[in-house]
Design a protein around this ligand. Structure first.
Ligand code: IMP
Length: 427
């Protein structure tokens, strides 16, 4: 039994795609198990840059099977656009190489409209979603009555019946929030979605049974996390979270495979912190250093292009993410982005109303009052992008990595010093 999982321990965008890409050749199957086209991976492969959202980063490797498991929400149009992009650059993806769960839920245009209306109604308290209808699709999944799954999508009679039931009710609900909305037409959606269904049908199957068989056959599985622990619907900074279990807690429910098969859980962290969308961020840097990190680290959303909020590494938040997911080791990404910043800081605790707090607060109101207690770590000026061994890092860069390791309490086994696969230190 051999399975690896790659989990982001912060608010997403930890560069998990690079780690997944590095590990993929050692595996037989790559499993994406949550989220949808809200996620974004930028992967460099064969000297070319690929931006992936719904497709697993494993799709670039012909040697593995990519599985889009039950916990994912699928926008078929976005999916096919992405697939066509890959096909045009790397050739066809046959159904033997990619499987989509028949239990996964489908995103429709009314989910996107509904989410826009909800966000508008929240005004200044908007969650700052990616606007992809992710939360409203998961809302329908939990509510059950309005949900449409991949198995319904590929059966025309079922799809027609479900759309005829659901669309009029959706129109009423959205109109109540936004009287100016143009009502959706069930027949038009049916016509559009049956064309998607025709292309997707060969890929749709019971992925849980497939994965159970793979486990029995001792195949090597790689679970590819999306978003990050602090965006987890149950354990994150609610309500400024995504709508699924994006910490390690979601692997079992999202894939149908027990996490007991996993023997290596890698927690991926940036050497600093970023966040997109609303919600408290204790170590945020609203100054020149924050701007510098954003520019050097190209911290703009893969999916929405939004500038990411940037700040110091937060060991309280990240340590919580690591414990939540039960990681074995850490991968520290984008360390090179910090080169040249003279005085680095790492948050080791929070001051909340005069109390020193090391447990990540369960309520965002408390997190919003948290002032970071910072530990200074001297910076380095050397270019580290060519370093391939921990021992060859400048002393201060090594000290920085050691401080992360000490504060989080898990060993750092991977350090990334640039976007290319070779720019990686494997301890
Ligand atoms: P949603 O997932 O579109 O509902 O957005 C909810 C929150 O999660 C927003 O703050 C988004 O910016 C954030 N979010 C969703 N996906 C990602 C991601 O892949 N990286 C970083 N933040 C994300």
């Amino acid at each position: 039994m051999s399975a690896t999982s790659v989990i982001g321990l912060q608010w997403g965008d930890e560069a998990k795609g690079k780690i997944v890409d590095l590990l993929t050749p050692e595996h037989d199957i790559v499993v994406r198990y949550l989220g949808g086209n809200n996620a974004g991976h930028t992967v460099k492969f064969d000297g070319e840059t690929y931006k992936l959202s719904l497709l697993p980063a494993g799709i670039l490797h012909r040697s593995v099977v990519s599985v889009i498991a039950t916990g994912v929400v699928i926008n078929p149009k976005a999916f096919l656009t992405e697939l066509d992009g890959i096909t045009s650059r790397r050739g066809d993806v046959p159904p033997t190489q990619m499987l989509i769960s028949d239990r996964a839920h489908v995103i429709f245009p009314y989910h996107i409209a509904e989410e826009a209306a909800f966000e508008k109604a929240r005004g200044g308290n908007a969650i700052g979603t990616t606007g992809r209808g992710i939360g409203t699709c998961y809302r329908d999944k939990a509510g059950r009555t309005h949900a449409i799954r991949m198995a319904d999508l590929i059966r025309p009679e079922a799809l027609k019946r479900r759309l005829n039931e659901v669309v009029p009710q959706k129109n009423q609900a959205i109109k109540a929030l936004d009287p100016s909305m143009t009502p959706f037409d069930a027949d038009a959606i049916f016509a559009e979605y049956t064309t998607y269904a025709d292309r997707l049908r060969p890929y749709v199957t019971d992925t849980t049974a497939f994965l159970h068989r793979a486990v029995r056959e001792n195949k090597k599985l790689l679970f590819e996390g999306a978003q990050g622990c602090l965006l987890d619907i149950d354990h994150g900074t609610f309500p400024y979270v995504t709508s699924s279990n994006s910490s390690g807690c979601g692997i079992h429910s999202g894939s149908g495979v027990s996490e007991r098969v996993i023997n290596r859980m890698i927690g991926v962290v940036k050497a600093y912190t970023t966040r997109v969308g609303g919600g408290p961020f204790p170590t945020e840097l609203l100054n020149e250093t924050g701007n510098r990190i954003r520019e050097v680290g190209r911290e703009y959303g893969t999916v929405t292009g939004r500038p990411r909020r940037c700040g110091w590494f937060d060991a309280v938040a990240t340590g919580y993410g690591a414990r939540l997911s039960g990681v074995d080791c850490l991968a520290v990404m984008l360390l090179d982005v910090l080169s040249g910043i003279p005085d680095l800081q790492i948050c080791e605790a929070y001051d909340i109303d005069g109390q020193r707090v090391v447990d990540f607060p369960s309520q965002v109101e408390d997190l919003a009052r948290a002032k970071p207690i910072l530990r200074s770590v001297p910076g380095w000026t050397e270019d580290i992008t060519g370093v391939r061994k921990l021992a060859n890092l400048p002393a201060n860069a090594r000290r920085y990595v050691d401080t992360i390791q000490e504060l989080i309490g898990y060993p750092v086994q991977i350090v990334s010093v640039g976007p290319d696969r070779e720019q990686t230190i494997l301890d």
